[in-house]
Design a protein around this ligand. Structure first.
Ligand code: XMP
Length: 327
């Protein structure tokens, strides 16, 4: 795709100029399509002088940090460091049930962790005679618009708590290569850059991650349970060919137990719900008409394979009046 190849080359040329021969750039990445494309562009421009940081907040999908590390570092040659701050996040979330409180804790802890890493990198760079004055952000065109006009329940949260949303107090100048692009154009650009299909077609994932998909208190056991269920559901969507037709899909773990039967015994375990939506802009959404056979496979696999869940539901609500997330 020559349009995208040109776009990439123009960005690379401009950044090389802007940053200069001794300049370094830092950026938080999540492994989502936006930050991956931005990181790969940056790496093509200045190589290891771009420092990517992945913060593991303990509420990521199953094996996510390892997978992102592999994809970005090995496949895309991005200079990436993963910071495992799971314990720090999870201990702060202990006993917290209010969704906005969870978001706040995750948002502020994220900023603290990233800030600490940034300081370390800045010092190393300085020691070697360079300087780190730039911050990469994967802001898209709709983010620019949405932060002005959208007043949905997560409006103010999104801009502050997503991976890109770091505070202006970090005295760094911004580089935003995707600022003029829509999501589908970012995907096109990703493909033009040779990024793998799984990364390019990923659904968006909220900054607070699984913490807002575990209704009520977030505990390490519940995170584990949800990670397993989510992994099965997403895997089945890829296998059955539905993943790409869906805007967002995930599992929600409810703080409700129901009775089940296993062998001769009675079980009393958690209920989970599958949420799949069709949407173009995430401001309105319809529940996805997933075929019963796919639901059937998901349900028998989740209930048989995930300890602690004995009932699986399918969410048939649309937005509005429901939201996409449950919290
Ligand atoms: P709702 O639930 O408001 O979600 O219909 C719309 C889109 O926003 C995402 N979302 C968030 N993203 N931090 C984020 O980075 C958040 O706190 C947050 N809350 C919702 C949601 O996943 C969907 O794509």
């Amino acid at each position: 795709d020559w349009v995208m190849t040109d776009y990439a080359q123009e960005f690379i040329d401009r950044v090389v100029q802007q940053v200069g021969p001794k300049g370094h750039v830092i950026g938080a990445v999540s492994g989502g399509v936006d930050s991956t494309v931005a990181a790969v562009l940056m790496t093509r421009a200045i190589g290891p002088r771009f420092h990517a940081v992945l913060v593991d907040n303990g509420c990521l999908r199953k094996d996510e940090a390892t997978k992102v590390l592999k994809r970005m570092k090995e496949d895309c040659k991005v200079n990436l460091k993963c910071v495992d701050a799971s314990d720090r996040f999870l201990s702060k979330l202990k006993g917290v049930t209010d969704p906005e409180q969870k978001r706040k804790i995750i948002g502020t802890t994220f900023i603290d962790v990233f800030q600490e890493e940034a300081t370390k990198i800045e010092e190393e760079v300085k020691h070697e005679g360079g300087s780190c004055d730039w911050l990469l952000q994967g802001t898209l065109y709709p983010d620019v618009i949405e932060s002005i006009s959208y007043k949905g329940p997560s409006a103010t949260i999104k801009t502050h708590h997503n991976v890109g949303g770091l505070p202006a107090t970090m005295k760094l100048k911004l580089i935003e290569p995707l600022r003029e692009l829509f999501k589908d154009e970012v995907r096109e650009l990703g493909m033009a850059l040779g990024i793998d299909e799984m990364s390019v077609w990923r659904h968006p994932f909220p900054g607070p991650g699984l913490a807002i998909r575990i209704l009520g208190e977030v505990t390490p056991e519940r995170v584990k349970m949800l990670q397993e269920a989510d992994d099965i559901v997403i895997g089945e969507l890829w296998k059955s060919g539905h993943y790409r037709k869906i805007g967002q899909a995930f599992v929600v773990l409810l703080p409700v137990k129901s009775v089940g039967v296993m062998g001769d015994g009675r079980t009393y375990e958690f209920v989970a719900s599958v949420r799949c939506v069709e949407t173009t802009d995430y401001m309105t959404a319809d529940f996805y008409h997933l075929p019963y056979e796919v639901m059937g496979t998901m349900s028998s696999r989740v209930i048989n394979e995930v300890r602690g869940i004995n009932r699986l539901c399918y969410d048939i609500s649309s937005k509005p009046p429901s939201t996409i997330e449950w919290e």
